[in-house]
Design a protein around this ligand. Structure first.
Ligand code: ZN
Length: 184
């Protein structure tokens, strides 16, 4: 796939109902069953309820956000964390594993997605790349917004004159109150 075709789906970490229940049903179904046997389908139900809590950015738009974050010191550069190995022989092995084993793997995976570097302020820049999925937490967002508040007024004016940056700021302010957001 051409780099320019990359899209980033961002989604509230804490969804309101009924979207939260639909996402939980979808994630459980995907994890346990090779094919969704439910009617209506779990994916369709979730996708129908989630659009209000999502933002999709294309390659260029994400680039604008990354650049703005860097200029205002809302983000920092760091090495990506290691993700846990997938200790299963294949999907059949995964489905057959005890729930506790799957839960432990998912928890380790999630910890890597949420990785931040202690002592650093804001959002690590790798969470705004296509190498995710990533999870940006509310503390990281709050720190980033605090940095933005102290950025030079001329830089803020320049960024806010563009079409993407104001939407990004709104997104950050909103998701800081909803558990942060996922980047996929
Ligand atoms: Zn299902």
């Amino acid at each position: 796939m051409d780099d320019l075709d990359i899209e980033y789906d961002l989604e509230w970490e804490q969804l309101p109902e009924p979207a939260a229940a639909a996402r939980a049903r979808f994630e459980t179904c995907v994890e346990r069953l090779p094919e969704c046997p439910h009617t209506p389908g779990c994916r369709a139900e979730y996708e129908a309820l989630v659009p209000d809590y999502r933002m999709t950015l294309d390659h260029h738009q994400m680039g604008v956000c990354r650049e703005g974050m860097r200029r205002t010191r809302m983000s920092y550069e760091a090495d990506e964390p290691d993700f846990p190995d997938w200790p299963f022989a294949g999907m059949a092995d995964w489905y057959a594993a005890p729930q506790g084993v799957r839960d432990a793997h998912n928890a380790a995976d999630r910890a890597a997605q949420a990785h931040r570097v202690s002592g650093m302020v804001g959002i690590p820049e790798f969470k705004m790349t296509e190498s995710g999925p990533w999870l940006v937490g509310p503390e990281e967002i709050t720190e980033a917004l605090a940095r933005y508040a102290t950025a030079p007024a001329a830089v803020r004016r320049e960024l806010e004159a563009g079409p993407v940056w104001p939407l990004w700021l709104d997104w950050l302010q909103e998701t800081a109150r909803h558990g942060g957001f996922r980047v996929d």
